[in-house]
Write a protein that binds this ligand. Structure first.
Ligand SMILES: NC(=O)c1ccc[n+]([C@@H]2O[C@H](COP(=O)([O-])OP(=O)(O)OC[C@H]3O[C@@H](n4cnc5c(N)ncnc54)[C@H](O)[C@@H]3O)[C@@H](O)[C@H]2O)c1
Length: 324
């Protein structure tokens, strides 16, 4: 028997989850956590930047190899789903500058498709992955949610549009929407690629005996967060009832790139060659998030230290380098 909820507050908490982009770095970590909690999960992923190997430990998960641009695929995938974690995206500033139309198509039109499928299927909650890239040039740190949003790449614009679309649907329809604005996420299943983030680039280059280049003087700071804490944020946001809004998700601490390289040099075996290149135009000097809003709204509390997170990541990367 299906019980129909009369209001958001009374919604019956079913246990079917859909994860768009669930074969990717962050998505697969969310899938793993849900499976460990005994939940039923369906993944929708076109494998454009995700990898089936990330889901191999979870054979019980249904994987639909489809794009979020395919409305019929979304409609059938969301049937009976209670909560959607929306991660599928064209990810990164550089990728969006190389291909701005594709970026908007996937991140904006794709998000509308996901929201329409949620509306039709009666999904209770969508937790969407947003980005600190929406802020653009930083005027002051720590960065709170009401910092001006002036994105400086098509990706920042499309992620902002996606987040606003989710929040608009929460106002229009009987769905709750939470946008989580991640800062620099790192952890297992994060691979090195042309559009990659600094930690995988440094670690995989070090493992391959290649030199690494620090752009600028290395004293620029970044707020890195372990994917374990990003998963925690997604789960807690999904479990909090009657809440919609946009929240920063970060560690609330920062380290310099020089400090990061020093820590990685100790963790990755070998002698590492480090050089300095010219500062990249558009790179922000300092980044640090104010995470008080997520803490207050749904009890988000980062729990993984930089030392533990990097140790775990290097262990995973060494296994991965041996695997391929
Ligand atoms: N990694 C970070 O530091 C970071 C920071 C801020 C925001 N985010 C956001 O987090 C989310 C996940 O990012 P990630 O780092 O895990 O990247 P990822 O590239 O590993 O994951 C994205 C996933 O989406 C899938 N995908 C892409 N286009 C698709 C489409 N049209 N249809 C279906 N699936 C599609 C890819 O195959 C991949 O599995 C993204 O929304 C990204 O914008 C990530």
């Amino acid at each position: 028997m299906i019980l129909l909820a009369e209001s958001k507050a009374d919604t019956v908490h079913m246990t079917r989850y859909a994860v768009t982009g669930g074969a990717g770095f962050i998505g697969s970590n969310i899938v793993g956590d849900l499976v460990e909690r005994g939940q039923e999960v369906i993944v929708i992923d076109d494998l454009s930047s995700g990898h089936m190997v990330n889901l191999e430990p979870y054979p019980e998960v249904t994987v639909k190899n489809a794009s979020i641009l395919d409305e019929d695929a979304l409609d059938s995938a969301f049937d009976g789903v209670d909560t959607v974690f929306h991660l599928a995206a064209s990810v990164g500033n550089k990728r969006s500058i190389d291909n701005p139309a594709l970026d908007s198509k996937i991140n904006v039109i794709g998000t509308i498709n996901v929201l329409e499928a949620c509306r039709k299927a009666g999904v209770r909650k969508i937790v969407t992955s947003s980005s600190a890239g929406i802020f653009g040039e930083l005027h002051q740190i720590p960065i709170s949610e009401d910092h001006p949003v002036e994105p400086d790449s098509p990706y920042g614009v499309s992620k902002l549009a996606a987040e606003k679309l989710c929040l608009a649907y929460a106002k229009l329809y009987d769905i709750e929407a939470i946008a989580l604005r991640y800062f620099n996420v790192f952890g297992p299943n994060q691979r090195f690629d042309a559009y990659g983030n600094v930690i995988p680039i440094f670690v995989f280059k070090m493992l391959g005996g290649e030199p690494i280049t620090i752009f600028g003087d290395g004293e620029q700071t970044r707020d890195f967060i372990s994917v374990v804490d990003v998963v925690q944020a997604n789960i807690k946001a999904s479990e909090t009832k009657c809440l919609s809004g946009a929240f920063n998700i970060a560690s609330g601490t920062r380290i310099t790139i020089n400090d990061l390289v020093a820590r990685l040099s100790e963790l990755v075996p070998g002698h590492h060659k480090v050089s300095y290149g010219s500062e990249r135009p558009g790179d922000v000097r300092d980044s640090l998030a104010d995470i008080a809003a997520a803490r207050d709204a749904f009890g988000f509390e980062p729990s993984v230290t930089m030392a533990d997170g990097l140790t775990d990541y290097v262990r995973w990367a060494m296994d991965e380098a041996n695997r391929v």
